[in-house]
Design a protein around this ligand. Sequence first.
Ligand code: NAD
Ligand code: UFG
Length: 338
Amino acid sequence: MATVLVTGGAGYIGSHTCVQLLDAGHEVIVLDNLSNSSEQSLHRVQSLSNKTLTFIRGDIRDAATLDQLFAKYNIDAVIHFAGLKAVGESQQIPLTYFEHNIAGSIALFNAMQRAQVFKLVFSSSATVYDESNISPLNEDMPTGMPSNNYGYTKLIIEQLLEKLAIAEPKWSIALLRYFNPVGAHKSGCMGEDPQGTPNNLMPYVTQVAVGRREQLSIYGNDYDTVDGTGVRDYIHVVDLASAHLCALKNRLLSTGCRAWNIGTGTGSSVLQVVQAFEKVNGINIPYQFVPRREGDVATSFSDNRRAITELGWKPQYTLEDMLLDSWNWQKTNPKGYR
Ligand code: NAD
Ligand code: UFG
């Protein structure tokens, strides 16, 4: 069993991963500044797993906090979720994104190096792939220049980690390229809790369902897809969390830097998602078509065979599970963690 530092562990994906780490017997230290989350999620992590974790409220950009933390706990590996993730906001305040995501990550890697901790699992994104690639996207396809500053920070961090692992072979780094995380813990106690207006499809749909928003705007119905709406690879957050445990196990036993797609390998259109949500939950979702959103691609779904064969990971949940669990979380917690 390992002692794992989880940066951003109070957030959506981090909290689901912490439950599984505790269930598997790992010791968990969470570092989070709570800029986009609530400590409430960590209370729920602990009550679900019936185990305790250590929470440090702090910032990954703060070298002194990092050094103290590495000195105090005998950390074996780091799962690095902390960062800012709103695509639109990243266009308005790019420097803030560069600072939290790029400078913050470098501060963390420096502290890891000082503490001689070289095992890292990093939250990357499918957005790093060049837009000209045809789905299913596999890890050997070229990366490109993401259309937004958020995506750009993920690409930069991936590239610097690749160079770091070449220069210093002690490093062992997993770049997990997430497709579209949705869903929530089966208990309904933990889920996605975006602040303000949701940018992503699923929280918007559930907020319409719960009456917090009037109707969904579907961005474009003229794409070259099955029904004209955008196609994505939705992955249950519990499956995504389990990929981190598989990656951790793999990295504890090897070195180098390697990327793995974490998706189901299947694409669903916005209309398919909305109709399936209506069907499984018995709720009508009013929607209107509006023009395409800048920066969106028509289709993005994964080839997930590398993660299945090399990490021993396998997604368990269907789109119906994702929609049931997202709604279960939203209806039990209409105001999220507040
Ligand atoms: P989230 O916002 O729920 O979680 C991120 C956490 O990091 C939050 O708890 C926030 O308070 C914390 N944080 C932010 N800046 C920090 C800083 N400087 N120091 C310490 N803590 C800080 O987001 P999430 O959906 O759980 O995403 C986790 C990671 O996965 C992020 O790096 C995100 O970019 C990446 N990712 C998310 C998606 C997605 O659609 N959710 C897709 C691809 C990649
Ligand atoms: N969509 C709508 N209406 C909405 C929100 C989204 O029609 O209100 C559509 C989008 O146009 C797209 C699909 O729903 O076709 C999914 O959109 P999301 O915003 O949920 O997800 P994206 O695929 O745009 O982005 C997500 C993550 C990013 C990550 C990217 C990688 O939010 O962090 O996947 O592909 F970089």
